[in-house]
Write a protein that binds this ligand. Structure first.
Ligand code: PLP
Length: 407
């Protein structure tokens, strides 16, 4: 079969590959502790499920408008008004099959061959591949741990060229959990104001899984002069444990939203009607689920950060939001495993954890963060505690020379 260039340019998700390896080990009867999962381990709230069932009973089972039902669009506008004080018009909103699809369509709607998209690293795995799939060129900008894994105004300025179409800002970020403060967004905005050809795609999918006192900041609210250039994306997957329902949205410039709607009309026609009813209920209904989930995530975050930082050779910073830790494992590079294999990369280190201690994590290079690995704490404290004990053992078993091991 002939496969198109755009497919050959991209890679399957590394979490899919990790999931496959976990399945193989489980089929051998091993107990694998899986810290790769990118979704809440809670069930969708009961009132959200009830709204979906009601929608089915009421016959809301037909195509909806391409850009989502009026009820869901109103729920999204309401959330954004309450959260950021911004009044989006109906023509500025589009709803799709997850934030992932909305982001993909935004890139498809705007990129031509050779157009550049600035992707700060560490990044969510999908951005560079989505850019490549749509004929663009990802311009990866390293944002080291010493900068809190965040893009600085200087690095942004240096990366912008005449071909730059977009800058992607994921805040709070996957895999780092780092979020941009209002002051940091303001500083980036000053650079962007001087480059009117550059648009900003903000991915705020983790904005409610948030641990700080002051609410998460959003570029569109921080600098209203950028309002016609910011495309804000979000969804219900992470906040309401609704990953399988596939509802995400994007708000921003009308010309972009119209182009996305045209693409959507020729691809999926519209998102699932039943899922849209559920998403509207999630956004407008009681929010105690979110508060309770964040309390649990926070406890797990604090416990896991401490356990990891207690392991000699490993370290991690405390995430502002989301449910991931990006763990620095650079000191393991060059060390030898008990079977004499040299750890040359974070991928080797992740393989060592999985093969010797059956702990599944995702290696950092997949996120543009070599020398790190990602842990998801969207799993029980028991699993996290046991996994950290096993990780500590796997680290203690490493040695600086292969000979020391052949006893
Ligand atoms: N953006 C980031 C940073 C994510 O981590 C994910 C999911 O892992 C998504 C977007 C996709 O979310 P959705 O389920 O709405 O497609």
């Amino acid at each position: 079969m002939h496969t198109a260039q755009r497919v050959r340019r991209i890679n399957p998700s590394p979490s899919t590959a990790a999931a496959q390896r976990v399945r193989e080990l489980k089929s051998q009867g091993l107990t694998v502790l899986d810290l790769t999962v990118g979704e809440p381990d809670f069930d969708t709230p009961a009132h959200v499920k009830a709204a979906a069932i009601e929608a089915i009973e009421a016959g809301e089972t037909k195509y909806t408008p391409v850009n989502g039902t009026p009820r869901l669009r109103a729920a999204i506008t309401g959330k954004l008004r309450a959260r950021h004080g911004i009044d989006y018009t109906d023509a500025q909103i589009t709803v799709g099959g997850g934030a992932k699809q909305v982001i993909f369509l935004a890139l498809m709607a705007t990129l031509d061959e050779g157009d550049e998209v600035i992707v700060p690293a560490p990044y969510w795995v999908s951005y560079p591949d989505m850019v490549r799939a749509n004929d663009g060129t990802p311009v990866v900008v390293d944002c080291p741990e010493t900068d809190g894994f965040k893009l600085t105004p200087e690095r942004l300025e240096a990366a912008i060229t005449a071909r730059t179409r977009w800058v992607v800002l994921n805040t709070p970020g996957n895999p780092t959990g780092s979020a941009y403060s209002t002051a940091e967004l303001h500083a980036l905005a000053q650079v962007l104001l001087a480059h009117p050809h550059v648009r900003v795609l903000t991915d705020e999918i983790y904005d409610e899984i948030w641990y700080r006192e002051e609410p998460a900041s959003s570029l569109a609210a921080v600098e209203p002069r950028l309002a016609d250039r910011v495309f804000l994306t979000n969804g219900v997957s992470k906040t309401y444990a609704m990953t399988g329902w596939r509802i995400g949205y994007g708000v921003g410039p009308t010309d972009l939203v119209t182009a996305i709607n045209t693409l959507q009309s020729q691809t999926s026609s519209c998102p699932s009607s039943v899922s849209q009813a559920a998403a509207a209920a999630a956004l407008t209904g009681p929010q105690d689920f979110v508060r309770d989930a964040v309390r649990v995530y926070r406890e797990r975050r604090d416990a896991t950060v401490k356990l990891i930082n207690d392991v000699p050779g490993l370290s991690c910073t405390v995430p502002d939001g989301g449910f991931y830790l990006l763990v620095n494992c650079r000191s393991a590079m060059g060390q030898f495993t008990p079977s004499g294999n040299r750890i040359r990369s974070d991928e080797d280190f992740a393989r060592h954890l999985l093969d010797t201690r059956q702990v599944a994590v995702i290696h950092g290079a997949a996120y543009g963060a070599p020398g790190y690995f990602r842990i998801s704490f969207a799993t029980s404290t028991d699993v996290l505690t046991e996994a950290c004990t096993r990780i500590a053992t796997a680290c203690a078993e490493l040695s600086s020379s292969p000979s020391a091991l052949s006893v």
